[in-house]
Every structure is written in C-alpha cells, then in structure tokens.
Design a protein around this ligand. Structure first.
Ligand code: ARG
Length: 458
C-alpha cells in the first residue's frame, strides 16, 4: 500500500526501513485535533473565496466531525503507510466523503499545514504551562505566609551569611517563576501568527484570504513571508528556552529541598507520598521527586540544544529536518506540565522545622554584619567596624559561643561604643526587623510581598 498522496512519480515502492524511518505519525498524531481545526479554518476560507463549494465545505465539516469523534474515542486506525497525521486524516476524510475530501488540500501544503499545527499546539501548551506556573506560585505563597517571620540562615557559598526568613527565601522562587511566566507569555505573541497561505514555500495562486483564516484560528496576525513561515522554528526554540529556565529554577529549589531534608540539616520534612524507600536499607526515606526534577532539567535543556542544532545550517525553506522538532517539543511540554503540577502539590506536603533553622542561624555568626552596621551608626567607618567585629567573631569562635553570648564587658573591649542595646541587633529577630525596605527580609516586607503576589495572581 503505497502513499498515493505522492507516489505517482516513483518507479518502486519506498523501502520498508525508509518508510518507518521517515514516518512521523507515531508522534505527530497527538496534533490531530489542531490539524483538523486548521483544516476546517482553511476550508471555510476557501469556500468564502469561492474556491470550494458550500456543499464541499459542508461535507468536509461533517467528515471531520466524525473523524474527530473517532480519534477522541481511540477508534482511529493510524497508518504508518500514510506517513504523518496530516495524510492519515486527509485519507480518512476522502474515504468518507469522496471528492470533497480531495479538494481540501487546495492552496495548501503540508509545509504550511504542519507549521500551523505546531503553533496551535504550542499556543495551547503555553497557556497550560502558565496556568501551572501560577498554581505553583500560589502554593509557594501558601507555604511562605505562615513562615513570613520564620528565621533561617541565608547562605552564600553555602556558608551561613545572614538571617533571612523562610518566607523570604520561598518568595525568591515566586519571583523567578514570575519571570518564567512572563517569558512564556511574551513568546506566545510570536507563536500566535498564521503560516497557512505560505503553501509549500512561495504562496499560492488561489484568491485566499489569510487574515480571515487567522481570525478563524484566533491568530493575532499572519506570517509576512512565505519562506520564513514554513521554515523557521525559532518560536519553538524560544519556548523550549523559557521552559529550560523554568526547569533550571526548579532544579535549584530541588537541590535546596534535598539539602534541607538531609538529617544533617533537618530544616524540613517532605510528605511520605513524595518520597520512596530503599530495597536494602530499611530506615531510608529519599527525596526522589526533587531529585528527578533536578535530573529532568538536563533532559529539557538537552531538548533545547537539540532544537538549536536542528535549525542550524538548514537552507530556506522547508526541509524534512524540521520533522525532528516534535518529539523534543512534546517531551519538553509534558515534562514541564508534570513537574509544575507535582511541585505545586509537593510544596503543600512540606513540614517546616523552625527550631532547626533557628539553631543553624545561631551557629554561624549570622549577625556579624549587624554588629558592624551597629558600630557604623555610632560613627565608626565601615572598614574599621568590619575589622573590630571580625576579631569579636574570632573570640566567640574560640569560646564556642555566639556573638550574642559575649557579655557587654567583653564586647566593650572591642569597642567602647558598644552599649546594652547591641543585643537587640545581635538576635536573629533584631537582624531581620532592621531590613525593612522593599525587597528586604523583614517579616513586614515579606508579608507585603505575599499580599502583592496574591493580588497579581488573583
Ligand atoms: N511530517 C512533516 C513534518 O513534520 C510534515 C511536512 C512534510 N512536508 C514534506 N514536504 N515532506 O514536518
């Protein structure tokens, strides 16, 4: 059974291995609904332009409706002989309605057809991804809210740096995800343009109305150059790049969750339903989900590299290389959607251990900068106060205590300007409260940011 759509000029059937090697139906059948949507819009436009009769259009609509029902019900028999989703659907349509089905492809090529299908698929995928990003942000806010004043060590170089609140730390990820959503929404503007009408590469001889087709499909505009319309996949690369950043941000959070759940740190616990055990070590409870997210980040950034390499060195216009865009694209979208969904759920399954976080702050001289700032406010130049405090830290370190455990007499030996009120800045709470400006970690600021984000997400 040869592919009758194009085998007319061939002297022998295509080799079996070549048939499976070149077929894409195994993976592009998932675009079927968008393919039919595009075909219906194209046929409607052709009928309005007088290229198709109203009777043909009616037959095409009925036929497509039945085909769509078959596909949704899992009754559609996909054939590798028919190569891809486009020819499978078209052949079935012709089997059902005869000549009207054969007229559907007038003024169209699979080249502009597939470019349209991918854009419809991507548009839908972007909308789903943005929704799931918003849900994860909400879930992070729900965890941040009761922890707006929960003291934890802020780290640089993984060394204790200064006290922050756990809520503030989580809000950093809310910001990252906010930019991720912005990037997706921005890329959507470039995705949402119509390639149909470009036909194979040069346009078509029929009196088509591309703006009408665009309107029917909800595209904002038409692609303005036929060669560009069928050949570039930069929009897909952009979305995969934006998706790689989503994964990269979640990979960083995953790394932290894993670290925080380690018994050596013990800042949080992750609900059992997101963890797995060991088949040999009975005591184990492993943070598999964050580990897999970290691992799948490599997979998605790998797809980005694959798509970049796919485009490079392709001469204009369409080349079959482009068929290779779909699997990485679909897998990127699937991975993102699943990851975002599981993450939103997992954040609701986190138990915070405030005592462990606070104990860690008290071990790392986290308020040393506060003591330096205290002296600056009493007139000591910052470089000098830095030096003074460094010596105080050295003494506390040899005594195995925190700065706040040094008596006033001892502290006064480092600087006579130090008074009883110093202890207000040496506590983690005192340190937090003083960082009371936009973007700072003071609990009041954290609460204000949570309220701001709630408003933005409402
Ligand atoms: N399956 C093809 C793809 O995914 C459809 C376009 C094929 N066009 C062609 N002239 N071979 O790109």
């Amino acid at each position: 059974s040869d592919n009758k759509a194009w085998s007319g000029r061939f002297a022998e059937p295509v080799a079996e291995l070549v048939k499976t090697y070149t077929a894409s139906v195994g993976f592009d059948k998932r675009m079927a609904e968008f393919d039919i949507q595009g075909s219906l819009a194209h046929a409607t436009m052709l009928a309005r332009a007088g290229v198709l009769s109203d009777a043909d259009l009616a037959a095409i609509r009925d036929g497509m409706e039945a085909i769509l029902a078959d596909i949704r019900a899992g009754r559609f028999d996909w054939s590798v002989d028919l190569e891809d989703v486009h020819m499978n659907v078209e052949k079935r349509l012709t089997d059902r309605i005869g000549d009207a089905g054969k007229r559907l492809h007038t003024g169209r090529s699979r080249n502009d057809q597939v470019a349209t299908d991918i854009r419809l698929y991507m548009r839908d995928a972007i909308d789903r991804i943005v929704t799931h990003i918003r849900e994860l942000q909400t879930s992070l806010l729900d965890l941040a809210e009761p922890n707006a004043a929960t003291v934890m060590p802020g780290f640089t170089h993984l060394q204790v740096a200064q006290p922050v609140t756990f809520g503030h730390h989580l809000l950093a990820y809310v910001e990252m995800l906010g930019r991720d959503a912005e990037r997706m929404i921005d890329a959507r503007r470039r995705v949402n343009r119509l390639p149909l009408g470009a036909a194979a590469l040069a346009g078509t001889t029929y009196p088509i109305d591309r703006h009408y087709t665009a309107e029917l499909l909800g595209f904002d505009d038409v692609c303005q150059n036929s060669l560009d319309a069928v050949s570039d996949r930069d929009f897909a690369i952009e979305v995969t790049a934006a998706g790689s950043l989503v994964m990269l941000h979640l990979s960083r959070l995953s790394e932290e969750l894993i670290l925080w759940m380690s018994p050596r740190v013990g800042f949080i616990d992750i609900a059992d339903r997101f963890c797995t055990g060991s088949s040999i070590m009975p005591q184990k409870k492993n943070p598999d989900v964050p580990e897999l997210v970290r691992g799948k980040t490599g997979r998605v950034t790998g797809h980005l590299m694959g798509l970049l390499m796919l485009m490079k060195a392709q001469p204009l216009a369409y080349n079959k290389d482009n068929q290779e865009d779909k699997e990485p694209l679909f897998d990127t979208v699937d991975t993102l959607v699943d990851t975002l969904r599981i993450y939103a759920d997992m954040m609701r399954g986190i138990t915070v251990k405030p005592e462990a976080m606070r104990a860690a702050v008290l071990q790392g001289f986290a308020t040393a900068t506060d003591l330096a700032d205290y002296l600056v406010k009493k007139g000591v130049p910052f470089r000098d106060s830095h030096e003074v405090v460094a010596r105080a830290v050295k003494l506390a370190d040899t005594r195995g205590c925190d700065l706040a455990d040094l008596s006033l007499d001892v502290l006064k030996e480092f600087s006579p300007l130090i008074e009883q009120d110093v202890y207000a800045v040496l506590t983690p709470e005192g340190s937090l409260a003083q960082r009371d400006h936009v973007g700072g970690t003071a609990p009041a600021q954290v609460r204000a940011q949570i309220a701001r984000w709630r408003g933005l997400l409402a």
